[in-house]
Design a protein. Structure first.
Length: 502
């Protein structure tokens, strides 16, 4: 069983159907897992600030005669989207780094380029320097999301996994709100300087949290894995977590049996063989389609151009206040998700928020149509209310739930690679949508663009209603069996049931 000795009483324990324990350890365990999550969350606060800075910079420099330098339509579209294009490079590398060096090492690899990116933005005095700053940030961004969500999925109890993933999502939205709030008070270069403190703090605190126990088991560091579980379950004695330790060991050994073909292959890109496994490509297909409808229903391609959108909607003098309001509504929605996810479940929240956003986008399109046809006068509060609803509703479901799914839906041995590949796909889709948004809007007009988005969101509602499972408070084995039922599993994939002896 490894280097770490287990109590004799544990050796006769038989596994239940679910090989992942559902034991509730108590308040100290919750505090310990929350502390580990908060350190990871510092990195996601930085992600939110990086994603929001394009909106802040474009709002300050786009066609502004008082700006230090100006950026054109083409430069705005590149600057607003190039961050998403660079992320997949780092994301693919992070899959390899997670497997060989662990999740904590990926945190360090994420912080360093982020710090340099903020410094470059602070010194930026041309469009070229803006590009280099966002390219540097994008490389670090690739090491953020996948490792963070897979780490949360591996350290948390089933009862807390959904909530902790929501905390990480909330951290990203806190970063967005922080950037918008700081930009209302300070110059954008000052905002960049202050933002660099976030990855610096993350580098400082990451040394105090344990590595993922499952990753430690995969490297044969059984004693350190036991110590990590003890830390994460409230700094308890080994005998308290002995059952969970054995269940994790059994789950790991089963995962190893499934991955013999992958392990037989060597090289940086050997992990891509996982895509052939139904336990990977089926959840990957679901979450990719989910992301497409998230981009549309949450108006993500419009984000770098919010100031422009508000101006054309009639909000001419309060756009800075609007950014702070929208950031606050996103954060409030994320808090709502955290408070309700255990009761309502991810499926219900997804479908209800997608329905709300579809109606809000349709009403937005109707407002543009009536305003352009002179049927109504320009009303400042209408676009602000509608966009606030989309921000709040999206953060409570469509915008954040797919990120929580990333921590749950993949098998252990493929989690590092699959989570990184998933985030890479998301950012490629985001880059593509953001890059072409202005062209689509200029071709179709705002009204038709929003009507098209509303129609696509409705299609997304139908698809997710038919295909999305409920994962809240489910063990990894229960989730895996949804995507690959036992009757479809091969002999290597089949997990022994209640007859297995740990």
């Amino acid at each position: 069983m490894g280097k770490f000795p287990l109590p004799h009483a544990v050796t006769d324990i038989r596994c239940e159907n679910d090989l992942e324990t559902k034991v509730t350890y108590g308040r100290k365990a919750t505090i310990a897992q929350l502390l580990a999550t908060m350190v990871q969350s510092l990195l996601l606060v930085n992600v939110g600030m990086e994603l929001a800075m394009a909106t802040v910079v474009i709002g300050s420099l786009y066609k502004n005669p008082n700006a230090e330098f100006l950026i054109t339509d083409s430069e705005s579209s590149w600057y607003g989207s190039i961050l998403y294009l660079c992320q997949p490079i780092g994301s693919c590398l992070s899959g390899y780094a997670q497997k060989h060096f662990g999740k904590k090492s990926c945190v360090v690899l994420a912080c360093v380029p982020s710090i340099f990116g903020w410094i470059l933005l602070w010194y930026a005095n041309s469009v070229t320097m803006l590009y280099w700053s966002t390219i540097t940030m994008g490389m670090g961004l690739g090491f953020n999301d996948g490792p963070a969500y897979s780490y949360i999925g591996e350290i948390c109890e089933p009862r807390l996994r959904g909530i902790m993933a929501c905390v990480v999502n909330m951290a990203c939205l806190i970063g967005v709100l922080s950037s918008f709030g700081l930009s209302y008070v300070f110059h954008w270069k000052t905002v960049a300087a202050v933002s660099a403190l976030c990855p610096v703090m993350c580098l400082t605190f990451v040394a105090f949290i344990p590595e993922s126990p499952i990753w430690l088991l995969s490297k044969g560091r059984n004693e350190k894995a036991m110590n990590a579980i003890c830390w994460l379950r409230g700094w308890v004695d080994p005998c308290v977590v002995a059952t969970e330790y054995q269940e994790l060991m059994f789950y790991y050994k089963t995962s190893v049996d499934q991955s013999k073909t992958i392990k037989a292959s060597k090289g940086l890109f050997s992990s891509f063989l996982w895509v052939k496994s139904a336990s990977v490509y089926r959840p990957l297909r679901l979450v990719t389609v989910y992301y497409v409808f998230t981009l549309i229903s949450c108006l993500t391609p419009c984000r770098p151009y919010i100031v422009k959108l508000m101006y054309e909607s009639g909000v001419k003098d309060t756009h800075s206040i609007s950014l702070v309001l929208f950031g606050f509504m996103q954060l409030a929605g994320s808090v709502g998700l955290t408070l309700t996810v255990r009761k309502l479940g991810k499926r219900m929240l997804t479908l209800s928020t997608l329905c709300i956003n579809t109606l809000a986008i349709c009403m937005f399109a109707v407002y543009f149509l009536c305003m352009n046809s002179k049927l109504i006068s320009t009303e400042t509060y209408v676009p602000m209310v509608l966009y606030s609803i989309i921000m709040f509703s999206g953060a409570m479901g469509m915008l954040t739930v797919p990120w929580t799914l990333v921590s749950e839906i993949y098998p252990n041995e493929a989690k590092g690679f699959a989570s990184s590949l998933t985030t890479a796909i998301f950012y490629i889709l985001t880059f593509s949508a953001t890059k072409v948004y202005l062209s689509v809007e200029n071709t179709l007009g705002l009204t038709n663009t929003f009507f098209m988005m509303a129609a696509c969101s409705f299609v997304g509602f139908i698809y997710l209603y038919r295909n999305m499972p409920e994962t809240e408070n489910k063990t990894f084995m229960e989730i895996e069996e949804f995507f690959v039922p036992k009757k479809e599993q091969t002999s290597a994939e089949l997990i022994p049931g209640s007859q297995a002896v740990c």
